[in-house]
Design a protein around this ligand. Structure first.
Ligand code: AMP
Length: 281
């Protein structure tokens, strides 16, 4: 497997591959890979001749230095997992100085209001950091297709908006959320949870499913109230937000509409912040 750590080497390698007609798929990640990430990689391999995976824990998207410092990382294991899928994957694993040679700071983007609620509200400058790094990575890899998980649905919409507004010649491919058998969405952060915290964390998915079940019969205010009550019954869970919003604008829903809607949740379980969402259609 080819592993690049500097921008100029990966750029010149990919330029050569592109010149001879290869279609390039790109999966950006922060490492500590699990089957959710790997499902994106497998989709890219099916849909492109060349797949590039990046592993880079992006400092500018963390609003909390402790969260950044304790973010799980296991590069040797990640390389093994990628190799087990295909030796032909190209890995880009730069360090911060390589990506932020202009200083570790975010550029400023206008997300047309997509960052107003949920993660944008709870995590200051999070999406400016995400868009900064994805914009940089897109200009390095110049992929035909880029793969993002619906697990981070607001992030996915922010990137779709970025690609559209900047007229970047890349298709954003949406990928379904992979879950444990008990419904817990796979996340690198799950490795920070004890066995019992993991069990408790399944209540997030249960709450989302409750919302889905009641969406056509109860009004939204009632659903939100009941979800809050259900979560409150578990003292180990600290709810950050529960929200129902339309997929396009991510505006909170006040009453029923005929758009595609999703229920979103974020909560701390034993101090670990988890997010999840499901479609309501
Ligand atoms: P991360 O390393 O957390 O930045 O995630 C890298 C990519 O993997 C993002 O596009 C995520 O949305 C996606 N991803 C993370 N968890 C899952 C999951 N459980 N199922 C599908 N995609 C996921």
């Amino acid at each position: 497997m080819l592993i690049f750590t500097d921008i100029s080497s990966i750029k010149s390698h990919l330029n050569k591959l592109e010149k001879v007609g290869n279609i390039i798929g790109f999966v950006p990640t922060m490492g500590s890979l699990h089957n959710g990430h790997l499902s994106l990689v497998k989709k890219s391999i099916l849909e492109n001749n060349v797949t590039v995976v990046s592993i880079f824990v992006n400092p500018t998207q963390f609003d909390n230095s402790e969260d950044l410092q304790t973010y799980p990382s296991n590069i040797e294991n990640d390389i093994g997992l990628l190799k087990s899928i295909s030796d032909e994957i190209i890995l880009f694993n730069p360090d911060s100085d390589e990506i932020y040679s202009d200083g570790i700071k975010s550029h400023q983007f206008d997300f047309n209001g997509l960052d107003k609620h949920m993660e944008g509200k709870s995590r200051q400058n999070h999406f400016q950091g995400v868009a900064t790094v994805v914009n940089k990575l897109l200009s390095i890899v110049e992929p035909d297709n880029i793969y993002f998980g619906e697990k981070d649905f607001q992030q996915l919409r922010i990137i779709e908006n970025l690609v559209f507004e900047k007229k970047i010649n890349t298709k954003v491919v949406r990928c379904e959320t992979l879950r444990e058998l008990d419904g817990l969405a796979l996340s690198s952060r799950n490795s920070k949870l004890s066995f019992s915290s993991k069990k408790i964390a399944t209540n997030l998915f249960k709450a989302l499913n409750f919302a889905k079940e009641k969406f056509s019969t109860l009004d939204i205010f009632e659903i939100e109230k009941k979800v809050r009550e259900k979560i409150k019954a578990h003292s180990e869970i600290k709810l950050d937000y529960f929200m129902i919003a339309d997929e396009e604008k991510l505006e909170p829903l006040i009453s029923g509409n005929n758009k595609k809607n999703r229920a979103f949740i974020a909560a701390y379980i034993s101090g670990v912040r988890l997010i999840d969402n499901i479609k309501l259609y």
